[in-house]
Design a protein around this ligand. Structure first.
Ligand SMILES: [Zn+2]
Length: 516
């Protein structure tokens, strides 16, 4: 930020201007990206990238100014930043255009082979023009003012967003009105909650995959699990399913209000949940295997993956927006290439987990599996990623089989070590592969899941049907003597174009009644 005083000094000093516009323009590529993705990226995650981009532009400026002077070099660099943003904007706009007539192929126009020959002459002519021109203080002032006005406009729009969406996690939690129970020492088993992301229920496996999973169900029952082979997640996506589950509540009443319509809030509700509060307040140590904002716990120790200082999502958005050449972009993008290692690490760590402390622990193992990428065969060998549309269905089923295999291994090792530990195994939603065109098919493809509970020393839950919103209510009622009300099982459909709009289709829910 340029201080008001510095700005005034510059405005008043008409003789010699400092070209601070170069540093303003250096912030725009990240600031604009941030503004575009404001409900997915935390404000604090933008500071480091902006600091870096100012640093990166500082180096060529220092070098160039030795040859052509400070103002000219600043002007050339600001010009290049504008061109970079313009190029990115044109390219992505052409990609987004869907000309129904099909007469003009917009994607063809978005290719480098078309765009680069248009932009290169502009760059060269621009640089020659600036080099030959005498840069008067008027030009510098104009650029400074333009930069400053753009900066102010971006900042004020960001400010407006935060004013309109000023809801905090604590506000939502107080809205949910859950009293944190305090329990006595001898009621504290170690607790493992294993979420297999996208793991389908029996209905889906039978209907769509034509796969009989009963051998796995039998293995779970033999290990003392109370099993619901076909139940439903309350939501079709991680973004709502996880915060709802970890806060013991549906989110619909809150996301109707504009100030709560913010995915960042859903992320914060996942990492900083009521469930985590309850465990923490009762002296539990928290552990997670998080790889993104929906899968780790803020107050816990994250195993297998360190949280990176630079936010992966914002760097990836930056690369895909501003790096036009495919090979370089693919090289830079932080992708799933180490996903296999993360999954293998999680499996291994869960099998050999030793908390090394006396306190009881709560492990939240949300494993991004059998969710894509398709990189394991059914025995757990790492394979070349399968991306072909016609092979995905089979590749996914192979990953389900591997999930069966390793989950039994994990359960065996937990039960050998610590027979009293509680184990919950479920999914946050189903696979959503080849979503059908009739609605009931969509529901099953998106939300049919399995839930398995091992509650040693306790009777199986009396509830006929369990959906994720009630999972922790049932757990706490069983072990912590709480009396949380068991909520009615509800499932919500969504509008992909407006994720905050939720629907309950009575006619479909009626057909799925036997599972709810
Ligand atoms: Zn998920």
């Amino acid at each position: 930020m340029v201080s008001g005083k510095l700005n005034n000094d510059i405005m008043e000093n008409t003789k010699k201007k400092f070209s601070f516009h170069i540093f303003l323009f250096a912030t725009f590529p990240f600031l604009l990206l941030f503004q575009e993705n404001i409900n997915e990226i935390h404000l604090q995650d933008i500071f480091l990238p902006i600091f870096f981009s100012i640093g990166i532009i500082f180096i060529p400026w220092i070098i160039l100014r030795k040859f052509i002077g400070s103002d000219k070099s600043a002007l050339i660099l600001s010009f290049l930043i504008i061109i970079l943003m313009l190029f990115a904007y044109v390219r992505s706009s052409l990609w987004k255009i869907n000309w129904a007539t099909g007469e003009i192929d917009a994607h063809f126009l978005a290719q480098n082979i078309i765009l680069i020959p248009i932009f290169i002459p502009i760059v060269i002519l621009g640089i020659i023009f600036i080099s030959r021109k005498k840069i008067t203080s008027k030009v510098t002032t104009t650029m400074n003012v333009v930069g400053f006005v753009i900066l102010l406009s971006i900042i004020s729009q960001i400010g407006i967003f935060y004013l309109e969406h000023n809801a905090s996690v604590d506000e939502v939690k107080s809205y949910f009105d859950i009293e944190i129970p305090i329990i006595n020492e001898n009621q504290k088993p170690n607790i493992y909650v294993i979420i297999l992301d996208s793991y389908p229920g029996e209905l889906r496996l039978n209907d769509f995959y034509n796969y009989d999973n009963s051998e796995y169900y039998q293995q779970l029952r033999e290990r003392g699990f109370y099993l619901q082979t076909s139940t439903f997640s309350n939501y079709a996506h991680t973004e709502y399913s996880v915060p709802s589950m970890l806060n013991l509540n549906y989110l619909d009443s809150i996301i109707k209000e504009k100030k709560f319509q913010n995915l960042l809030l859903m992320k914060d509700l996942s990492t900083d949940s009521i469930v985590a509060d309850i465990f923490r307040e009762n002296g539990y140590k928290l552990f997670s295997y998080g790889v993104n904002d929906y899968t780790y716990l803020k107050d816990g120790k994250n195993l297998c993956k360190e949280k990176s200082i630079l936010n992966d999502a914002i760097l990836n958005t930056f690369y895909s927006t501003y790096v036009p050449i495919n090979s370089i972009r693919n090289f830079l993008i932080i992708n799933d290439s180490n996903r296999a290692d993360e999954i293998l690490c999680t499996i291994d760590s869960l099998k050999n987990f030793n908390s090394k402390v006396d306190e009881p622990f709560f492990i939240y193992a949300h494993i991004m599996f059998p969710h894509r990428p398709y990189i394991f065969d059914s025995s757990g060998n790492v394979i070349d990623e399968i991306t072909e549309n016609d092979k995905i269905k089979f590749a996914f089923l192979d990953q389900v089989k591997f999930a069966n295999k390793f989950s039994i291994e994990i359960i065996d090792s937990i039960q050998n070590k610590d027979p009293n530990s509680v184990i919950i195994l479920t999914a946050d939603h189903s696979d959503r592969i080849e979503l059908g065109d009739n609605e009931i098919k969509n529901y099953i493809a998106s939300m049919n899941v399995m839930t398995a509970l091992s509650f040693p020393g306790k009777n199986p839950p009396i509830q006929e049907k369990i959906t994720n919103v009630n999972l922790f209510r049932i757990l706490f009622n069983t072990y912590f003597d709480t009396e949380f009300e068991i909520l009615e099982n509800r499932i919500f459909w969504y509008d992909p174009h407006n994720p905050y709009e939720r629907y309950e289709h009575e006619n479909i829910i009626e057909k799925l009644k036997e599972f709810l």
